[in-house]
Design a protein around this ligand. Structure first.
Ligand code: GZL
Length: 312
């Protein structure tokens, strides 16, 4: 047995590889698909046995999956929480079993001792960067903005709205005249934009679209074109994620700006987890990922080429 054990160590395979459960929201957007791809790659790199569960954007499915992971006795649980509330009971069950939980890409309203850390961007900042771009682009021209919100009750939807409103505050020429959830999907983004155009009329009433993610922006672009209007010029398009297709739209002159969100939340999460399990190192409660503004001036097709094979 000793020989086998030392051979195992010698081969660099960790004596006990970790088993981690991952409760993923779904595949509502290109960005979410990329996050899943990258998380599986990061687990593979570390010899982590990843148990994956897709919740089709339903919180009750996530809670069921987490209970399943606890019953399996996994070493840790990753959760991308679809909404910000309703997690305390199930996280207490994980804590009772001493199974650390790490949040990916969205925050929750719960006592911090119920999770090891949250790996997310600063979503208020993302909304602010998007708003500041529009303020600069519009100058003192009158500008009615329509807003496509993310999933109702999710931290990105709450925070990105807050940040954008902070950026346009004090610029009375810029107003959000319509705001509705498109649930982070292209289909809903298109449907809601069609209803905005019907309600508001053409470009004379809508100067810009602020979408909480690129997928809803891409849906809106389709609706604007089908209405015979020009996205990217008559109606400016600003969103968040920096998925490949928004750069294709920029190259076609149909989109204007996006704020990048890295799909690699799992790398920092697994690093923090291993430091915690191996050396009892407590990570900060928030590990913040970077945000970067891209506009049509940033060689969009080059950026598209650099991202197109990353699993979006
Ligand atoms: C934000 C993340 C959002 C993405 C969307 O951190 O939760 O969820 O911006 C995805 O594309 O649906």
């Amino acid at each position: 047995l000793t020989v086998a054990f030392s051979a195992c160590l010698a081969s660099g395979v960790s004596a006990q590889s970790l088993t981690v459960g991952f409760s993923q929201i779904g595949s509502e957007s290109g960005w979410r698909a990329a996050e899943t791809t990258v998380t599986k790659q990061e687990a593979e790199k570390r010899g982590i046995d990843l148990k994956f569960a897709d919740a089709q954007q339903k919180q009750e499915n996530q809670i069921k999956a987490i209970r399943g992971f606890i019953a399996q006795g996994v070493d840790a649980i990753l959760v991308a929480p679809v909404v910000a509330t309703g997690w305390e009971a199930v996280l207490k069950e994980a804590k009772e079993e001493e199974i650390p939980v790490i949040l990916l890409d969205r925050q929750i309203e719960a006592p911090e001792d119920l999770y090891l850390t949250a790996v997310t961007s600063d979503q208020v900042h993302e909304g602010k960067v998007a708003g500041e771009w529009l303020v600069k682009d519009v100058g003192d021209k009158e500008c009615n903005v329509v807003e496509l919100q993310g999933t109702t009750g999710s931290s990105p939807a709450i925070n990105r709205k807050k940040g954008f409103e902070e950026a346009i505050a004090g610029h009375d020429n810029i107003k959000i005249t319509r705001s509705q959830t498109g649930d982070f999907t292209r289909t809903k983004g298109k449907e809601v934009m069609e209803s905005f155009i019907k309600a508001e009329g053409g470009e004379q009433d809508i100067c810009a679209v602020y979408a909480h993610n690129d997928d809803m922006a891409v849906g809106a672009i389709q609706a604007i074109k089908e209405a015979g209007l020009k996205p990217g010029s008559e109606i400016k398009i600003v969103s968040i994620d920096a998925v490949p297709d928004i750069f294709k739209a920029m190259a076609d002159g149909e989109a204007n700006a996006t704020v990048e969100l890295t799909p690699n939340m799992a790398g920092p999460a697994f690093d923090a987890l291993e430091a915690y399990l191996n050396d009892k190192k407590e990570p900060p409660k928030w590990i913040q990922t970077e945000s970067k503004l891209y506009t049509a001036a940033d060689d969009p097709m080059k950026v598209y080429e650099s991202k197109k094979d990353l699993g979006y």
